[in-house]
Design a protein around this ligand. Structure first.
Ligand SMILES: Cc1ncc(COP(=O)(O)O)c(C=O)c1O
Length: 359
């Protein structure tokens, strides 16, 4: 099966090879070296001097962590789809009050919307933004939104689960307080590892928060980080895999090379589906560089397209949430060859004809 999923994605062969090595203790010298090196590679990749933590959890662990460490009473959740909604659920289930901005599905959060909301609600402590909303294939203008949040003096949490590694994020320049991702997306590593940067300001806020729990307490993580380790057992194979891909990116020409590779794949997919006569779900100009969310033609169920593509040997991604049947998605993260893109598009054309699609 050739994978055009939105995570877990197909892993790079070099990553899988690296992960096969025998285990060592997470308190050993071997681990400390691997840990410190991987943190440094990520800091360079994200252009940050902030702490970078390697959580033994998926990316959602960082949602919980940011809410528990950095919000006393109230935060603003920007919602463009299912994962923005998840951040809001994490906040309320941790007893926090929330304000929300929720434009119509397929539309981005604009700097104006954010500015107005923050002006009206000065008691908001922090803002969450989904950089790339995987459920609808939409990317928000993060740099501009971050500037607004900072003008208002708010902490900023960025869910970069399906964008980190696939497009530029400059943590220090953009002043992002918590910026996190998961191993199973753009880095093409198996699931189980959450990575995220945490600013000095976020760490300071964490000192003031009561009842923040233990597992994700940033201050405990900071303490262990100084000893090149983690409070609990690390997901060593995933960290070794991430270490390999980050080094591979450096060897092949750096992160710009990697972003261009993803952009090229994304463009070929987008042009291919448009050539077939299909349209994209998100508002023009905000399409995701890692996930193409395609409108299923009228009278054809997106789930049927997904199922028929599986039978032809291509795993795409089903539509998600309220647009589950009306769309299907094509990911371009992880290990994908260009020739597979061409054969996937060819198969999609055949599937649409089989389903009775007439332009
Ligand atoms: C934008 C976004 N945020 C959060 C998540 C949840 O990530 P995880 O399953 O690694 O916790 C996903 C997963 O697809 C996602 O795409």
């Amino acid at each position: 099966m050739r994978l055009f999923t939105v995570g877990p994605v197909a892993c790079y062969p070099e990553v899988l090879k690296e992960m096969k090595q025998q285990m060592f203790s997470h308190r050993s010298q071997e681990y400390k070296k691997l840990h410190a090196e991987t943190v440094e590679l990520l800091q360079n990749f994200l252009e940050t001097k902030n702490e970078v933590f390697l959580f033994s959890s998926t990316g959602s662990g960082f949602m919980e962590a940011s809410v528990r460490n950095c919000v006393n009473k109230k935060m603003l959740c920007c919602i463009c789809g299912s994962f923005g909604k998840r951040f809001a659920d994490v906040a309320t289930s941790n007893g926090k009050q929330i304000e929300t901005i929720e434009p119509p599905l397929g539309e981005p959060i604009t700097p104006d919307l954010l500015d107005q909301k923050l002006m009206k609600n000065p008691d908001i402590e922090a803002v969450s933004i989904t950089h790339n909303e995987t459920s609808v294939g939409l990317m928000n203008p993060l740099e501009e939104l971050a500037a607004i949040a900072k003008e208002h003096g708010k902490l900023l949490f960025v869910d970069a689960v399906s964008s980190m590694g696939g497009t530029e994020i400059i943590v220090d320049k953009w002043d992002l307080d918590v910026c996190f991702s998961s191993s199973q997306k753009c880095f093409g590593v198996p699931p189980g590892l959450g990575v995220g940067s945490v600013s000095e300001e976020a760490l300071k806020k964490s000192e003031t928060i009561k009842n923040k729990g233990w597992y994700f307490d940033f201050k405990i993580w900071e303490k262990y980080q100084k000893q090149k380790g983690t409070p609990m057992t690390s997901v060593i194979p995933q960290i070794a895999g991430l270490n390999r891909i980050l080094k591979m990116i450096e060897e092949k020409g750096g992160k710009k090379w990697f972003f261009n590779l993803y952009a090229e794949r994304n463009q070929q997919i987008r042009e291919g589906v448009e050539k077939l006569g299909l349209t994209l779900f998100p508002k023009s100009g905000y399409e995701s560089p890692t996930v193409t969310c395609v409108n299923a033609p009228a009278n054809i169920d997106g789930l049927e397209i997904y199922e028929k593509m599986r039978k032809k040997g291509f795993e795409l991604a089903k539509g998600y949430g309220s647009i589950k049947n009306a769309t299907f998605r094509i990911g371009n993260m992880g290990y994908i060859e260009f020739e597979d893109i061409h054969s996937m598009l060819e198969a999609l054309g055949t599937v649409l004809v089989d389903l009775g699609w007439k332009r």
